[in-house]
Design a protein around this ligand. Structure first.
Ligand SMILES: Cc1cc2nc3c(=O)[nH]c(=O)nc-3n(C[C@H](O)[C@H](O)[C@H](O)COP(=O)(O)OP(=O)(O)OC[C@H]3O[C@@H](n4cnc5c(N)ncnc54)[C@H](O)[C@@H]3O)c2cc1C
Ligand SMILES: *[C@@H]1O[C@H](CO)[C@@H](O)[C@H](O)[C@H]1NC(C)=O
Ligand SMILES: *[C@@H]1O[C@H](CO)[C@@H](O)[C@H](O)[C@H]1NC(C)=O
Ligand SMILES: *[C@@H]1O[C@H](CO)[C@@H](O)[C@H](O)[C@H]1NC(C)=O
Ligand SMILES: *[C@@H]1O[C@H](CO)[C@@H](O)[C@H](O)[C@H]1NC(C)=O
Ligand SMILES: *[C@@H]1O[C@H](CO)[C@@H](O)[C@H](O)[C@H]1NC(C)=O
Ligand SMILES: *[C@@H]1O[C@H](CO)[C@@H](O)[C@H](O)[C@H]1NC(C)=O
Length: 538
């Protein structure tokens, strides 16, 4: 009954507004809708699963997890339909029907993609928003969990802490990040020097492939299971859920934040940090954030470096470690706060450790505005001259920031090819460059500034390839045009994100999605057929 009304309304819309869509594509859309409606259970009213541009909720659902205002721009192609599945069969139907009628799909979990690829496209498409598939089933006894791909890492942390004070999971800092994109691109946080990435701790997964089949680790095989842990799942299918290995955390951890401006000797501290940050014991995470600040005596702009730490233990164990290896920082007992691991999640998520844990369940991002990010890996300490030029450039902008994340520890023990994420031993730290702004008109200026800064840093960071982190996606590194995945072009960003693993990703892609149904501006390309023949892949 409801389905009929829905279809009639849709047909009416087509007849009333024929100029809105070109005739051919509107009939494809109509056919998609009919196909989709006919494939879902009659007990799941179609209007609860799919929104058209004409639905009253369309705009609010579309915007619900857009974190970066750059992608609210009206000139960007918006989805024809938004599917909000609450059953896996809805995703199967979306894939089968989209393929049948030549529509593209985009999949969104937490919506944090740095270039908005989960909810915008260069051509008409169907958005599958997984927010309703967010169940979390914990098995504390066996230290595992199954988590729906639409859940956020904040929800995961909350659920774990609710059941156990001595378990955790090594993923990112911002609670609203979705596990769909985050785990499939790597996923690091404050305990990754001890336990590796989120993707290193995925032990099974459910995925819907391009034929609409639901596969688990056993039925998908080890090649595809390898690819979706760090290779970006969007090139391969739609992840329904992940099975995770939980990790141990002590009942008490210690955090501190020591800030110094250039006038207070920040640059010397940064020099020292570069020589020790990756060599600390794996229980100690100490990152450095460099940003513009106002120096208090004269109100002049200066650079401030914040050394922020999580230690998996008590303050009295941390103090002698710091006294031995980094006395220049002058860490004192008074600078340390002891808390539970879940409180440290609040702290690194930008909350007070005394806030209610309920804030971890909110899907509303704390940061909203325009931003652009980039990343680099550093293998040799950056020279004093290099840093001075960096400070000068940062001072040209108000809200620019670099976050230096120390590697080493467990990250150096895992082989480069264990999963597609290749940035392991040999890296001292990773840089994330960030610039934020509030006014649309300033966009071009800030993007240009960021590109200049990135060019300036070239001599000080990794090269051949100049490596980058997939989860800080950057379309400046190159893109597939209009879904035309040129193999040569894709190799440029492919080698930066995946190094030698790119080749295997292309092989897995070619074997599992030869028609390149799952594609976006930076999806893994399918080998051209002549190359497939040469490699005996066909
Ligand atoms: C404020 C903020 C803080 C961040 N903090 C961290 C951090 O601490 N550590 C870190 O490592 N990274 C961090 N990131 C980066 C983050 O890991 C990536 O942006 C990640 O891809 C986000 O995942 P998502 O599900 O929220 O994003 P989405 O935009 O939903 O998805 C990102 C990509 O994955 C695809 N995808 C999503 N779900 C699925 C699925 N179920 N199946 C197949 N493909 C899917 C999308 O199509 C898209 O290509 C942060 C980002 C932001 C904006
Ligand atoms: C939405 O549909 C109604 C009729 O069902 C129509 O009157 C209205 O113009 C449509 N709005 C848009 C934006 O297409
Ligand atoms: C949107 O993006 C286009 C192209 O980058 C730009 O010209 C325009 O100013 C932006 N803003 C709005 C509001 O459309
Ligand atoms: C833990 O795993 C074992 C082996 O897979 C299983 O037999 C057992 O039922 C699991 N425990 C719980 C609580 O599920
Ligand atoms: C560290 O503690 C000392 C002693 O209480 C204090 O003087 C100093 O301001 C603290 N530093 C920071 C960054 O909090
Ligand atoms: C700080 O600002 C004052 C007044 O604007 C200026 O005279 C001085 O040179 C500045 N100091 C530095 C270190 O830039
Ligand atoms: C794809 O790119 C290749 C090489 O750049 C070009 O020859 C071809 O025409 C393009 N195809 C489409 C559909 O744009």
């Amino acid at each position: 009954m409801e389905r009929t009304i829905f279809n009639m309304r849709f047909l009416l819309l087509i007849f009333l507004a024929p100029s809105v869509w070109p005739a051919s594509s509107s009939s494809a859309q109509e056919k998609f809708l009919q196909c989709f409606s006919s494939r879902i259970q009659p007990s799941n009213p179609v209007s609860e699963v799919i929104l058209t541009k004409n639905s009253s909720d369309y705009s609010s659902v579309l915007r619900s997890s857009i974190r970066n205002y750059r992608f609210l721009n009206t000139t960007i192609v918006k989805p024809q339909f938004i599917i909000t599945p609450f059953d896996e069969s809805h995703i199967q139907a979306a894939i089968v029907c989209a393929r049948e009628y030549g529509m593209q799909i985009r999949v969104r979990s937490g919506g944090h993609d740095y270039e908005g690829l989960s909810f915008e496209s260069y051509q008409e498409f169907v958005l599958v928003d997984l927010a309703k598939l967010s169940s979390i089933i914990l098995d504390i006894e066996n230290e595992t969990a199954w988590i729906g791909a639409g859940a956020s890492i904040g929800e995961l942390y909350y659920k774990i802490a609710d059941k156990s004070k001595v378990h955790g999971f090594p993923a990112g800092s911002c609670p609203t990040v979705g596990v769909g994109g985050h785990f499939s691109g790597g996923g690091f946080g404050t305990i990754f020097r001890k336990y590796g990435l989120a993707a290193d701790n995925v032990i099974d997964a459910q995925i819907v492939d391009a034929n609409g089949r639901i596969l688990d680790r056993e039925s998908m095989g080890e090649d595809l299971f390898w690819a979706i842990r760090g290779g970006g799942a969007a090139s391969f299918g739609v992840i329904l859920s992940w099975k995770l290995r939980l990790v141990s955390v002590p009942p008490t951890v210690t955090v501190f934040n020591i800030e110094r401006t250039l006038e207070q000797g920040a640059s010397n501290l940064l020099q020292k940090w570069q020589s020790i940050g990756d060599k600390f014991h794996e229980d100690l995470f100490l990152h450095a954030a460099i940003e513009v600040a106002t120096s208090s005596p004269n109100g002049n702009k200066t650079i401030r470096v914040s050394f922020v730490s999580l230690f998996l233990g008590r303050a009295e164990e941390l103090l002698p470690v710091m006294q031995d290896s980094f006395p220049e920082l002058g860490l004192m007992r008074e600078n340390c706060s002891e808390m539970s691991w879940i409180q440290s999640i609040l702290y690194f998520g930008g909350f007070s450790p005394r806030d209610s844990l309920d804030v971890l369940l909110s899907r509303t991002a704390q940061f909203k505005g325009f931003f652009k990010g980039k990343s680099d890996y550093v293998k040799e300490p950056i020279s004093e001259t290099g840093l001075e030029g960096l400070y000068r450039r940062l001072l040209e902008e108000e809200a620019s920031m670099l976050i230096l994340t120390p590697y080493g520890g467990r990250m150096s023990e895992i082989s480069d090819s264990e999963i597609p994420f290749p940035h392991r031993s040999g890296n001292i730290f990773k840089i994330q460059y960030l610039i934020t702004w509030d006014v649309e008109e300033e966009t071009e200026r800030h993007l240009k500034w960021m590109r200049r800064l990135y060019a300036y840093m070239a001599p000080y960071v990794s090269n051949s390839p100049r490596a980058a982190y997939l989860n800080y996606r950057d379309l400046d590194l190159g893109r597939n045009n209009n879904g035309n995945t040129s193999f040569a072009k894709a190799s440029v960003w492919g080698l930066k994100y995946f190094k030698n693993n790119f080749k295997r990703l292309v092989q897995v892609k070619t074997a599992t999605d030869p028609s390149n149904f799952f594609r976006n501006e930076q999806s893994i390309p399918v080998l051209p057929s002549w190359r497939q023949r040469k490699m005996n892949l066909k």
